[in-house]
Write a protein of this length. Structure first.
Length: 201
């Protein structure tokens, strides 16, 4: 597959601001991850182990937490005492575990104390390999919906074109050129809206 910069260039024509392309791709991909239902993301999720001392989750969209394949229920930190109290109807067990967030970490509780388990997640921003963010030079994503890559390109192209229009108006003061770019922007936004509706359907 062609580099993302080439695909954006196919939509915009000649454009060589690679930093703008990278920023636009990340912003567009992040928006798609936020909009995608968790059920769909579970199919492409990564899994990490949660220790009794928790797991940092600040850069992860949490889709599911489980202990020994028993799905954990999320509880608010303020209700933690109830899930740890053996006499409570909210008591978390090994077969009915609970999880909560404290700070930027996720913890699992079962049988009255913090325990180990697994976290199913996708990165909150699109990555090329599960860790490193995509760039203009990337050709693939990991833990990102493959069927949404075209949508990400359209979103990135729209963001880049808005930057181009801003420069045309502020720097070049070329209103005729800006009007042509605005017409192109409207076409790209219409395509994006159509693709987004298809993707979310």
């Amino acid at each position: 597959m062609a580099a993302f910069s080439v695909q954006i260039g196919d939509l915009l024509g000649t454009f060589d601001d690679t930093q703008m392309m990278t920023d636009a791709l990340i912003a567009s991909g992040t928006e798609i991850i936020k909009l995608t239902p968790n059920e769909r993301l579970l199919k492409i999720a990564d899994e990490s182990s949660i220790s009794a001392s928790g797991l940092t989750a600040s850069n992860r969209k949490v889709l599911q937490v489980h202990k020994d394949n028993y799905i954990a229920r999320e509880v608010e930190l303020s209700k933690l005492a109830k899930v740890k109290a053996s006499g409570s109807i909210h008591y978390a067990t090994a077969k009915d575990p609970a999880y909560y967030f404290q700070g930027e970490k996720v913890f699992i509780v079962a049988d009255g104390s913090a325990t180990t388990g697994k976290l199913l997640y996708v990165p909150t921003q699109p990555t090329a390999d599960g860790t490193n963010l995509i760039t203009h030079a990337s050709t693939t994503t990991m833990f990102f919906p493959l069927e949404a890559e075209k949508l990400m390109m359209l979103g990135a192209a729209i963001r880049c074109l808005k930057g181009i229009i801003g420069t045309q108006i502020a720097t070049d003061e070329d209103t005729e050129l800006a009007q042509g770019s605005l017409a192109q922007l409207q076409l790209l936004e219409a395509s994006y809206d159509k693709e987004l509706q298809k993707y979310l359907a």
